[in-house]
Design a protein around this ligand. Sequence first.
Ligand code: AMP
Ligand code: FE
Ligand code: FE
Ligand code: ZN
Length: 277
Amino acid sequence: MDDRTADLHLHTTFSDGTDSPARVVELARKTGLSAIAITDHDTTEAIPVAQPIAARLGIELIPGIEMSASADGCEVHVLGFLFNLDHPGLVQHLREQKARRIERVHEMVRRLAQVGVRIEAEEVLRLAGEGTVGRPHVARVLLAHSYITSLPEAFAKYIGPDNPGFVPGSPLSPAQVIRVLRDAGGVPVLAHPVYLNRDELIEELVQDGLAGLEAFHSGHTPELVRRYEALADRLKLLKTGGSDYHGESKEGLPVGAVKVPLALVNALKQWKAASVR
Ligand code: AMP
Ligand code: FE
Ligand code: FE
Ligand code: ZN
């Protein structure tokens, strides 16, 4: 029996994780994973950094990303796997997203100021460094200035949907993001469907070219895993899974917290080989 496993949802310091790509690969090795995908938000920059370390440790590193989109005010996260890192359309999209996310921080800071919360955009951007800047960096600055006492509180009070400081992560629709990924030869998969919690939208996304569903995720109870496995089967979607590791910012959630059989990675490869862009 093949008992090799993979974790296909990991974040590094190139987005809102707190571990370097090297550290994430080392942790994957320690927990005995055979394959991983680093899926940073709207960037692939960790991949070339992690690649030589993965090769040295005998771990297969699959091209991965988690791309932001929005649909009727809902945040939609689309995972992409096995795409061509250098595809011009993808590179251009990520360049635009980077600029939009920086402008978004300024907009969030302006909106927060209107409700008496005064933080500096520069401090948020400094915290993100060379990585993708996002709401978790805003949350950490809010914490540092004692506007909140825990990171989740930021998302409940200030920067979650319906809160005064909320600005969507991307103006693009899921269909547009799916197209970018498919044009780059990638396999688009809806991330953590429970956070979206709109199963009817998933059926629409299939029309738009969605290939898979992240049925296995650290936020899914066993009941939810069964529900999304059944939905994936009904809609003839691939199934993927991963921990959604973020390092210290999600405590008690190690690399490999969710492991899937390597067979699911092979299914992604087969889909890619058979797909028409
Ligand atoms: P962004 O892509 O900038 O909109 O940030 C989204 C990220 O914020 C997610 O990937 C999570 O890491 C984090 N996040 C979203 N909601 C929450 C929450 N309620 N509590 C803590 N972290 C959250
Ligand atoms: Fe995140
Ligand atoms: Fe996500
Ligand atoms: Zn994620």
